[in-house]
Design a protein around this ligand. Sequence first.
Ligand code: CO
Length: 208
Amino acid sequence: MNLEQVFKNNESWIQHKLQVDPSYFDKMGKGQTPELLYIGCSDSRVTAEELMGATPGEVFVHRNIANMVISIDLNVMSVVNYAVDHLKVKHVIVCGHYGCGGVKAAMQSQDLGLLNPWLRNIRDVYRIHKTELNAIPDETERYDRLVELNVQEQCVNLIKTAAVQRGIKERGLEVHGWVFDIKTGKLKSLNINFEEILANIMEIYHLY
Ligand code: CO
């Protein structure tokens, strides 16, 4: 992508927005009240706003390799805290995608340096779900399922945080797990049953 083109695109975007609504940027300058927090993969093919048809101001976004929610990652934890405690979003979404390079890299026997500790979290997801995953003979299907289970575990990681627990209890905040299919463009909800997954164990994660 040509960087000069980027600035030209920006100019035409401004003109287009002002044609539709002359006060567009005045309104945007006044602040944001997004109702969604989207945590997705950094993959260039998996956008946040575009695939949802969302406009500026509607979605608070965090993206990292393989859409991870890691408790000691100050970056994702700051985003979650700010979005949930201050912006008071109504929904927190973890969106994974089939064909995720991060998930695939996590399963290779290769030293990836700085990425090792990051991707190790995905190996742990595999370990938790090894019985189900090892029973899938087709490699692509097994990866697809690992992508889904990784989303599920990252949602569970969200539920382990004080901010999300407070949001759920005090104002009905909802956590959702989604997967984007790169080959079809289809977005699907995994309809994760957190009560079933966390039955008889959630107590140990209660923070207050
Ligand atoms: Co990815």
